[in-house]
Design a protein around this ligand. Structure first.
Ligand code: HEC
Length: 256
């Protein structure tokens, strides 16, 4: 009983604290992701536009080391054609070598290359960003509590800071960031890209597309996993019916 009242008072205290500081905590927005739920799928067009936003807006600061250009053609992803992906890779340069003269040289990236990083090393990334390192985005959707909802909200969460709040230099006010501060400036602006498929590049559209792209990057086999899961459940349901009726038939002449 004593234990119970301890737990109860702890819960009451928790409730009090969350209510008292509720204005400080901003729950992320929860858009309707097409890839949620047991039958969820990525929208191909969103993924393709998302790649465009990543390369044109985010790639100047964030690497995606775990992705190769080849992944862009694979089933369950943006599914660009091989030629499209080759052309996308060729827009970047990578260091290769050594050649016969023992020298390193630059060449255009090909399908088997990893996404080219904007920085030679972490130190260079930090120096260019006032000491804060822009994290690799390959699995960021899995690496942050709140996942896609959080990333989407963060991209759209920049606001004028309240007058009484002191924000240090090189830090920006964002209602969804930890302590409402982040060392990344607002990067999503209306018409920040010109979509090749003609879609209007609103802030919400761009945040949706790039977040969908990042969600796929963090779990490229999501569609396959859900498809197999669905089949397994279907199989188990059919098996249960068969077992039920077999059981009935076997015992039908035996009285209980
Ligand atoms: C000008 C450089 C720059 C650009 C461009 C940029 N970022 Fe960032 N980003 C940063 C920096 C610096 C940080 C680290 C912030 C910190 O530690 O406070 C960061 C952090 C992040 C984080 C992690 C936030 C967290 O909770 O730790 C995410 C997610 C992110 N960026 C996504 C994006 C996306 C998506 C884009 C493109 C739409 C983008 N960024 C474009 C510099 C940039």
């Amino acid at each position: 009983m004593n234990k119970f009242s301890n737990i109860l008072s702890f819960l009451v205290l928790q409730l009090f604290l969350t209510t008292a500081f509720a204005s400080e905590i901003h729950e992320p927005m929860r858009p309707d992701w097409s890839f949620q739920g047991p039958l969820g799928k990525f929208k191909r067009a969103d993924l393709q536009r998302g790649y465009q936003v990543y390369t044109e807006v985010c790639a100047s600061c964030h690497s995606m080391d775990l992705l190769s250009y080849r992944n862009l053609t694979e089933a369950g992803g943006p599914e660009f054609s091989k030629d499209q992906a080759k052309a996308m890779a060729a827009m970047f340069e990578v260091e290769d070598g050594p050649n016969a003269d023992a020298e390193m040289f630059m060449r255009r990236a090909i399908l088997s290359d990893r996404f080219v990083s904007p920085w030679k090393n972490e130190q260079e990334g930090r120096i260019s960003n006032g000491g804060a390192y822009p994290p690799d985005l390959s699995v960021i959707v899995k690496a942050r509590a709140g996942g896609a909802d959080y990333i989407y909200s963060l991209l759209l969460g920049y606001q004028e800071s309240p007058k009484d709040l002191i924000i240090e230099d090189g830090v920006y006010y964002n209602i969804y960031a930890k302590n409402q501060r982040i060392a990344m400036p607002q990067v999503i602006y209306e018409d920040g890209v010109e979509y090749t498929d003609g879609t209007a590049a609103t802030e919400v559209q761009m945040a949706n597309d790039v977040t969908t792209f990042l969600a796929w990057a963090a779990e490229p086999k999501l569609e396959e996993r859900k498809r197999i899961g669905f089949k397994v459940i279907l199989y188990l349901i059919i098996l249960s019916f068969l077992l039920y009726f077999t059981n009935k038939k076997i015992w039908k002449d035996t009285s209980h």
